[in-house]
Design a protein around this ligand. Structure first.
Ligand code: ZN
Length: 220
């Protein structure tokens, strides 16, 4: 397998990185430092739903699969790019946005909702309070398509305000459709309509979320 093009679809984790407001800030502190201890190591304190991460069924269902229990093949597959660049803040992505992809999105696909929000990552009101999200009808449409996973480049598949995300999370996670949130989905993705996609969440037991590295690649 020769890799023709490879894109890193992950946001960077760092001390005090922007994140969902109700959660405590990400903290990365040095436990040892080269000048003092001979080598550098870090201790991290963060919510599992911070920066690029997955939601597994356990996030909403106590009997549902955790990240560690989700087979790794679930996180690998063909990804379809949905071009939503230019979408307004706090827009619910609905059937009108997805219908143009009626013949493109197939059963078992991974759907990348590219809103452009990844470029805006900052502690701004726009990024942290008014992100675009998957609306209830959009979630139902993708559920009916029997997709394998859905990823977005804003903070969550659900909306920022109360009641804007519960139905989508429960419908999709209830059918073991994983959700990828806060990816970085660059405009370069538009070069090809379909990519091989690999998402590697940490194998965390007892967790409904885990930090992840996401890549897209085109092979020859
Ligand atoms: Zn999450």
């Amino acid at each position: 397998m020769k890799i023709k093009k490879l894109l890193d679809l992950s946001q960077t984790f760092y001390h005090n990185n922007p994140g969902y407001m109700p959660y405590e800030l990400t903290a990365i502190n040095y436990e040892t430092l080269k000048p003092k201890d001979g080598y550098t190591s870090e201790r991290i304190y963060m919510n599992t739903h911070t920066s690029t991460h997955v939601d597994a069924p356990f996030h909403h269902f106590p009997q549902g699969k955790t990240v560690a229990q989700t087979p790794v093949e679930q996180y690998i597959g063909e990804a379809v790019v949905v071009d939503l660049f230019g979408i307004d803040a706090h827009t619910a992505i609905g059937t009108e946005h997805l219908k143009p992809y009626e013949d493109v999105i197939k059963e078992g696909d991974i759907v990348l909702l590219c809103t452009g929000w990844g470029y805006k990552r900052d502690w701004s009101t726009e990024y942290c309070d008014f992100w675009p999200y998957l609306g209830e009808d959009g979630a139902q449409w993708l559920f009916d398509k029997k997709v394998k996973g859905i990823a977005i480049d804003s903070m969550s598949i659900g909306g920022p305000k109360a009641g804007e995300g519960l139905m989508q999370h429960e419908l999709l996670l209830g059918s073991e459709i994983w959700l990828g949130e806060e990816l970085f989905l660059p405009k370069d993705l538009l070069e090809y309509p379909r990519w091989d996609f690999i998402l590697l969440p940490l194998k965390m037991e007892g967790c409904g979320g885990a930090p992840a590295r996401a890549i897209a690649l085109i092979t020859e």
